[in-house]
Design a protein around this ligand. Sequence first.
Ligand code: ADP
Ligand code: MG
Length: 252
Amino acid sequence: MGRVIVVANQKGGVGKTTTAVNLAACMAAAGRPTLLIDLDPQGNASSGLGIDRAALERTVYNALVDGVALHEIVVPGPMEHLSVAPSTKDLVGAELELVNATEREFRLRRQIEGVRDAYEYVFIDCPPSLGLLTLNGLVASDGVLITLQCEYYALEGLSELLHTIVLVRDSLNPQLKLQGVLLTMFQHTNLSNQVVADVRAHLGQKVYETVIPRNVTLSEAPSFGQPVILYDVRSPGARAYIALATEVAARG
Ligand code: ADP
Ligand code: MG
């Protein structure tokens, strides 16, 4: 059965989407059937993998709100073994429409149960909030991967996120684990080095050895609809995500 890993942090711009997209692509490149679920109404994971959102008839919105089966909304990604459950800004409405729905926190979990045997990995890209969409992601997953940007306020909001994970584990999803904490956008500055040292001191073994460098190739690749390993496999960003994929797989 596939491992389900949700990439979360309620802060925006900390490398969630870049990580979800590129980690999924690295797993697929290793021959592991992988599904990337775009749970952010901004749809950056979908567009970053070259999916024309205007042409979509059904999206994650329909899976969550109308109960359309996930396999019916999944589209092929830009490489073999990579599939995408895409989103558009319609998904904003789901948060409101599900407020009074039964089992509203379990919508994604139930959907993934139907496709879990088809994939070795399922990655979920979350919006920058701790609302109902992210909650669905946490309830549906085996592990949480938290991205932290190497900047001054890296740890801001982290205790709230860790507390949310504990609440979900205690009530809705007992098997939820912290897969790991990923430092992103590292630069060779005193500040970045200080953040890495602080985060490692604070979170110890939970922090991945791999640190993702700030690398312009990572920010260019999405505009070509490609993960970085297709766009420029020799770039520092591609190498880093390949190393991260090995670590994630080793942690199980
Ligand atoms: P989030 O999903 O947490 O909002 P993104 O992954 O979209 O964050 O990253 C925010 C912006 O920073 C995007 O424009 C992205 O291309 C860029 N970015 C992310 N990671 C890196 C990196 N390691 N190096 C350079 N640019 C990056
Ligand atoms: Mg994002």
